[in-house]
Design a protein around this ligand. Structure first.
Ligand SMILES: *Cc1c(COP(=O)(O)O)cnc(C)c1O
Length: 450
């Protein structure tokens, strides 16, 4: 029997010809920097959507603010804006310097998406946005709603009974299901969430308590998505939220960038040619980090450098980008098990849509071991009192990897600028994790701190 070929090469040939593939197969930590990156203006010219798409999402979220403020009282103070704080985390930076006997130039900042209202993770951006967009389109089509209305009327019973005739389906490792389930159920939709084996029990319990139909699978994320897609295709009243291919999710995530710019302005954080920004984004299927990175590139241009972060056991985006095969390969094809404590990132096959859209915009991808995710989890809890789930820590070592790669820094003319750099770890989730579960994560991390 001849070995199966991927892009014309067997797995053994890939390993022999590319040492980084060998490292991925061994589940080693790697840092990969993209040599095919282009200027934003050049790369964006090849992408069939842009600024206008992001602005459309910004405007839609504005229209929904009165409704969100009404039905989710925790957003009332912010006028129905679903946004998270940004803050410098100097004590965490000092702890990393001590642990690794390094001097880390520049400042380390956290984007606290763990504190996003409604669902406590980055999925509260894209997931909620896509549900709202679908709800708006349905209501506009029937004439129940116009874009000039005060959207708090959507809380009326007539809207809930209208949405009750429609269903929404999604496949998820947990957090996307949580966002879509909570938002969809609030509007009155019938929601089915197809959960992969990685999904935590508490997420399923919470959704069921809200009347969401949770279907569980023994298999990983890709199959859960396929099941959801199949079920939805059989039912014309069912709208399938396609985490692997959705431009709506992507745009919902991209909105974060303009808001971050405003927060940076208020904090006095400058991003320009002399003050580069490095954003480290935990990556599962790619929609969340992809949408945020796309938004950041539109806002900050070539002065932002976006780096994805994956678990060593689920390096699907890196494998897809490096081989150029995107969703045509999975980590399992290369004998990598896709088993990780970072449940939000446990994705074996990346989004082809995201990989192909961003392959000339993304600066690189790093991989991080589960042990280190736990270690950073305990460290950031102790130093900054931040409670994060394992997935949310993947970007934290980005600062170390970037500063260690002189070739990458030289190629982008960054060496003399690093004292003025801002390193932004996008902390993607955690506030909804039950206390006992968080305590167990922390304990594991403390043991690894030694
Ligand atoms: C889903 C998720 C991510 C990654 O988003 P993708 O769109 O799957 O790439 C990162 N962190 C957390 C906590 C998540 O739930």
């Amino acid at each position: 029997m001849t070995a199966k070929k991927y892009g014309g090469k067997s797995v053994d040939e890939w390993i022999e010809l590319h040492s980084i593939i060998q490292q991925l197969v061994w589940c080693e930590e790697v840092s990969w920097f993209n040599t095919e990156i282009k200027k934003v203006a050049d790369a964006a010219a090849e992408i069939p959507f842009g600024e206008a798409g992001v602005m459309d999402a910004v405007d839609r979220l504005e229209r929904f603010r009165p409704y969100i403020a009404k039905v989710f009282p925790e957003t009332a103070d912010a006028g129905g804006l679903i946004e998270s704080p940004v803050r410098e985390i100097p004590a965490m930076k000092a702890a990393l310097e001590e642990k690794y006997s390094l001097t880390l130039r520049g400042r380390l900042v956290a984007k606290c998406d763990n504190l996003l209202p409604i669902s406590g993770s980055i999925k509260a951006r894209g997931g909620i946005y896509e549900v709202l967009k679908h709800a708006e389109l349905l209501a506009l089509k029937t004439g129940m709603l116009t874009t000039a209305d005060d959207y708090s009327i959507i809380d009326l019973e007539k809207f809930r009974s209208f949405y009750g005739k429609h269903s929404i389906a999604v496949g998820s490792t947990g957090n996307l299901g949580l966002s879509i389930g909570i938002m969809g159920a609030q509007l009155g939709f019938k929601v089915s969430v197809h959960m992969s084996a990685d999904a935590r029990q508490w997420k399923k319990d919470m959704l069921r308590s809200k009347g969401v139909n949770v279907l569980e699978y023994e298999s990983d994320y890709s199959l859960a998505v396929a099941k959801g897609r199949r079920e939805a295709a059989a039912d014309p009243s069912c709208y399938f939220i396609d985490d692997e291919n959705s431009i709506n999710l992507f745009m919902g995530y991209a909105v974060a960038a303009g808001r971050l710019k405003k927060q940076f302005d208020e904090m006095g954080v400058v991003v320009d040619e002399g003050h580069p920004l490095f954003a480290y984004l935990p990556c599962g299927v790619g929609g969340g980090p992809g949408g945020v990175a796309f938004g950041l590139k539109l806002v900050f241009g070539d002065n932002v450098h976006c780096i994805f972060a994956e678990p060593t056991h689920s390096p699907s985006m890196l494998l897809g980008l490096y081989t150029g095969l995107h969703d045509e390969v999975s980590v399992q094809d290369f004998g990598i098990d896709n088993l990780t404590a970072a449940d939000g990132l446990a994705v074996g096959r990346p989004s082809g849509f995201v990989g192909r859209t961003l392959h000339e915009l993304l600066d690189g991808v790093i991989t991080v071991s589960d042990e280190n995710l736990y270690l950073f989890l305990a460290m950031i809890a102790d130093t900054e009192q931040m409670a994060l789930e394992p997935s949310a820590l993947a970007g934290v070592p980005g600062i170390i990897r970037v500063l260690a790669d002189q070739d990458y820094l030289a190629r982008h003319n960054l060496i003399g600028k690093m004292e003025q750099a801002t390193h932004l770890a996008w902390c993607t989730g955690g506030s909804m994790v039950p206390d006992d579960e968080m305590a167990a994560y922390y304990k594991k991390g403390k043991q690894l701190c030694g």
